[in-house]
Design a protein around this ligand. Sequence first.
Ligand code: UD1
Length: 425
Amino acid sequence: MNDRMIIRGGRPLIGSIVTQGAKNAALPVMASALLLRGGRLTLKRVPDLQDIHTMADLLRHLGADITFAGGNMTIDVPDELKWDTPADLVRRMRASSLVLGPLVARCGRAVLPLPGGCAIGSRPIDFHLKGLVRMGAEIDLEQGSVHARTGGLSATRICLDFPSVGATENMLMTAALTPGESVIENAAREPEISNLSQSLRLMGATVEGDGTSTIRVVGTSRLQSATVEIIPDRIEASTYLLAGVMTRGEITVTDIVPEYLQALVCKLEEAGVPVETSGNSVSVSCKGLKWNGVTLKTLPYPGFPTDLQPQIMAALCMAEGTSVIHESVFDSRYVHVAEFKRMGGKIDIQGNTVVVTGVHKLMGTEVRASDLRAGAALILMGLAAGGETVVCGLKHVWRGYESLMEKMKSIGADIELLADDKSAV
Ligand code: UD1
């Protein structure tokens, strides 16, 4: 896949974008298939993304048989599964850690090399491991891998130190295959948690309270085949809305649940951007618009998503006045700032806080994506900037945005992939 793109910026983007299925919902639902003992999980509206293929390869390695075409995926899980996971797949993506709970619950053991993923700060999995230990697993760390085993898990009460999305998902899946009542306190409340809960309910577990901080799970020793629809991707939809804002265009995103975008919509309205919501679509209309700086803090859902922090920072680079962003979810998610500055962004980092002073013009240059959302934000910067921008490091972007080239072109973006040329990277 090409790693570089040229953007000729400065044109207003106008049109409508159909939202993809949510990557961060599809990944845990895929992992939950491992809980089946001889059965099939069918998923609808799965986005065709690099991370989805990585998870599919990981499940295949463990013994699953997978078909994937046109957004429909079937995962057939045999009676016998492998429980060791290969480092080359796991290190590609942090979400690989989502197979840990299902494997321990299903096979009584698992080996997981410590996972990789985006370079956005230290991302330990200690909450996942503590939860599993509380349910009766023994965990050892040997040569960079987690070795987990159990003679039998017990349903229990787990209180997370932070509402971690991944830890909540691992605990939910483990509890679903552990007979008895488990309660997860301080659980994450993201819509993706509710999609996984829905999947587990369809497979036969009782799950109540998803979407709140306390989730009650009554597990069972055997789960059944099910068909699950993946929810829309709130981060993808938000990224296109921000592209509309930054290029002073008119963008509608459809097939979305507007409630999922509330934190962004509130901030846009505060900045003076007119936003319209109707049924399952959200629109911004920004012809000739000037927007104001705002103050925001990233938080677990329903707060402002950390996965939108680079993209809104891009928009705030062109706001009237000053903005303040406080990143409270990850400890070093400002790698993109240096690249923004090279395009004319006026940004000052003070610990986990940045102060952005709006400018009227950004200028294209060659920039490099350090992670998935930083890459998306650099594309937004390029679309708004004068002249030509070359964004390198697109391999990160392909992990999360399906058909990005086609979608961007359909709303008028002048973008092109460049042939890979090692000397230019
Ligand atoms: C998920 C999302 C990711 C998003 C993040 C926060 C997926 C596949 N990825 O990642 O896109 O940016 O939620 O919304 O859904 N932490 C620990 N110990 C742990 C687990 C987490 O200290 O065991 C910390 C992390 O370092 C981070 C914070 O908790 O500072 C939140 O992380 P978490 O919610 O777990 O994020 P992920 O599930 O990895």
